[in-house]
Ligand binder design. Structure first.
Ligand code: KG4
Ligand code: ZN
Length: 335
């Protein structure tokens, strides 16, 4: 069974092909980073137009990579949400057109679930119950996946998403967009203990996270040092800021796992590409005797293979969508 997956929720036009739910056959990404970089962030109208231009060529490229023809495909999966409305609409419309023209079933995929389920391409069938941390540009959620595959959101950020915080601080430091990977790189040369930035809600006993205070603290500290005429080493700021974010994510997620008596932890979403977050999760889950499931970096950031994998899971359970499918920018993870 060959599933084609289309992802256009944000700034990557991405198409993947997955065979029999577990085998990655193609993963092609047309990145829009250069288009958005001059604005320092994703411009929704620019994203939608770029998706429109890139989508069909990306489908063709994915088919070539998979060594397949459109007539070999058994279903079309597409991200229905959450994401940017105009961007999602391009993918959903194209998926409907392909499904109609080829007489294929259409499958509606939740982008956040797909970030978690993509792990099956490298780890095989996920065996819930498990705890997942989904950290991306728009989301920071701690979720429990139950035996029946249902997701329950246990907590998450009450203000900024982790990726958003990375991108905003990077912009403040004058680093190029997207800022997450830049901070990650710079932090390697810095001292993680140089600044004692706040870890909000670290010990409040909930699964809630708050990152807006951290952002403000970084800006305030830099201004204070500047006013005092002190030299600031940007790598130290990057390393200390990153450590504050990582501390909270690791601590809250592993507390959720302990509270729920679960020994499997999935790390998912674009920020899961962060090297320090990966290293800390690896060390602490190992110390706790927990199993860490974390996709390789190209499968953490937005991609089409994750949509194909999640779509294949729905397809085999006959959970296909009709051609009346509508994009839902606010689609929830739970359910
Ligand atoms: O999942 P994703 O590709 O798109 C969304 O669904 O949002 O996540 C993108 C986010 C951006 O904020 C980007 O800066 C961040 O993931 N990111 C990283 C790293 N790589 C990507 N953040 C920190 N460290 C990284 N290495
Ligand atoms: Zn994403």
């Amino acid at each position: 069974m060959l599933m084609l997956g289309i992802e256009t929720s944000c700034d990557e036009t991405a198409v993947g092909v997955v065979e029999d739910r577990f085998q990655l056959r193609a993963n092609v990404i047309a990145s829009q980073i250069e288009l958005h970089a001059p604005y320092g962030g994703v411009v929704p109208e620019v994203a939608a137009r770029a998706h429109l231009e890139a989508l069909l060529p990306t489908v063709d490229a994915a088919l070539v990579q998979a060594g397949a023809r459109l007539s070999d495909i058994d279903g079309i999966a597409v991200t229905a949400g959450p994401g940017l409305a105009g961007a999602l609409l391009v993918g959903v419309s194209a998926a409907k057109g392909l499904a109609l023209a080829q007489g294929l079933p259409l499958v509606a995929v939740n982008h956040l679930r797909a970030h978690v389920e993509v792990a099956q391409l490298e780890y095989g069938e996920l065996t819930p119950p498990l705890i997942a941390l989904v950290v991306s540009g728009g989301h920071t959620s701690i979720v429990r996946m139950d035996e029946d595959g249902a997701f329950a959101e246990l907590g998450g950020t009450i203000d900024d998403a982790a990726g958003e915080a990375f991108d905003k601080i990077a912009r403040y430091l004058g680093l190029p967009f997207p800022g997450g990977p830049e901070i990650d790189r710079l932090a390697h040369e810095g001292d993680r203990a140089a600044f004692d930035f706040p870890r909000a809600l670290l010990h409040d006993g909930t699964y809630r996270l708050s990152l807006s205070g951290l952002k403000t603290a970084v800006v305030r500290e830099l201004r204070r040092r500047e006013a005092a005429g002190e030299q600031v080493v940007l790598a130290d700021v990057a390393a200390s800021f990153q450590e504050a974010i990582v501390d909270v994510q690791v601590s809250k997620t592993l507390r959720a796992a302990a509270d729920h008596g679960l020994d499997q932890v999935v790390l998912a979403g674009g920020v899961a590409a962060n090297s320090r977050l990966r290293a800390r999760f690896a060390a602490e889950t190992e110390a706790n005797g927990q199993r860490l499931i974390v996709p390789s970096i190209p499968l953490c950031t937005d991609n089409g293979a994750m949509v194909a994998a999640s779509g294949a899971n729905l397809f085999v359970r006959d959970r296909t969508a009709g051609l009346g499918l509508a994009a839902d920018p606010n689609l929830r993870l739970a359910g």
